[in-house]
Design a protein around this ligand. Structure first.
Ligand SMILES: [Zn+2]
Length: 291
């Protein structure tokens, strides 16, 4: 890693002198590195201007998910939810990051019941009383990206569906609450999420994970929702990433739709739920930017 002198401009791009900007941060990380932690590279650290940009994108993303909540009703199609988003995005001067991403045909993902993720909005998918659905939205506003997803219930849902939604949200909340900047590693989050899911009789999908976000839709690091043996990054100020556990009612295994190549189902066709927030880590706190 390049070293900086006190009066050099800081590597973070803020146009401040190194000694007044990230010098103390670098010294602290060097100490942590000596203690054996895996230190995130500088490209994973955002400066305060970038964070402010992502925060604004997050406010619009939250507004869009609220707007969906207000307008959801039984007999609605997922295509209609997509159209609501197109309207909201236009009114707020933002764009869908999903649209045309690797050929994706719609503006959000709508994953109902046994769909784990990447459900494609369609005139043929109708929401009925008792359904649960995840809407996942990533938008771009003035070059900054925010990403979040929520679960919605249509009318009265089964006890188990409601438990699945609650436990999945708890997995996410507990992971965020556990973050102590300069102390927690990404692996700690995986342990918490998998532990809570398993204690409640559910399983964690392994094939999809959280990720860095902000200057583009998918950035490093990967944020796994289960622990691994390898060393994972220490969580430090300036990191912006999503946590987005997908929790299954039955087995963790999944299956890709062989026709649309997007929709991911649970292999056993039992329910799946997901919640996702974009967070930023500060010196001694964590802020949720999009939820
Ligand atoms: Zn700096």
């Amino acid at each position: 890693m390049k070293t900086y002198n006190d009066n050099d401009l800081c590597w973070c791009g803020l146009n401040k002198l190194y000694k007044d900007c990230h010098k103390d941060f670098d010294l602290k990380l060097e100490e942590k590195r000596k203690m054996g932690y895996l230190i995130p590279p500088r490209r994973m650290i955002k400066n305060s201007l970038q964070i402010e940009g992502i925060r604004k994108a997050g406010i619009i993303n939250n507004g869009m998910l609220d707007y969906i909540e207000k307008n959801l009703r039984p007999r609605m199609t997922t295509e209609e939810i997509d159209r609501l988003c197109v309207k909201y995005l236009k009114e707020n001067d933002a764009e869908s990051a999903d649209f045309h991403y690797q050929g994706y045909p719609k503006h959000i993902c709508t994953s109902k019941n046994e769909v784990v993720c990447h459900g494609v909005p369609s005139d043929y998918v109708i929401l009925n009383e008792g359904d649960i659905i995840n809407v996942d939205a990533t938008l771009v506003y003035k070059g900054y990206y925010a990403d979040a997803s929520r679960m919605y219930s249509i009318g009265n849902i089964s006890k188990n569906a409601s438990k699945l939604i609650r436990v999945t949200k708890e997995c996410l909340d507990k992971a965020i609450e556990a973050i102590v900047p300069y102390e927690t590693t990404l692996n700690d989050l995986g342990k918490i999420i998998e532990g809570h899911a398993k204690r409640n009789g559910f399983s964690v999908v392994h094939e999809y994970c959280g990720h860095g976000v902000g200057l583009s839709m998918h950035e490093d690091p990967l944020v796994l929702h289960y622990p691994i043996k390898d060393k994972t990054y220490l969580i430090v100020p300036g990191m912006v990433f999503t946590i987005e556990p997908m929790i299954n009612e039955g087995e963790r295994f999944i299956e890709l739709d062989y026709k649309d190549h997007w929709t991911v189902y649970t292999k056993d066709r039992k329910l799946s739920a997901q919640w996702e927030h974009t967070i930023v880590v500060h010196e001694d706190s964590v802020e949720i930017l999009s939820k």
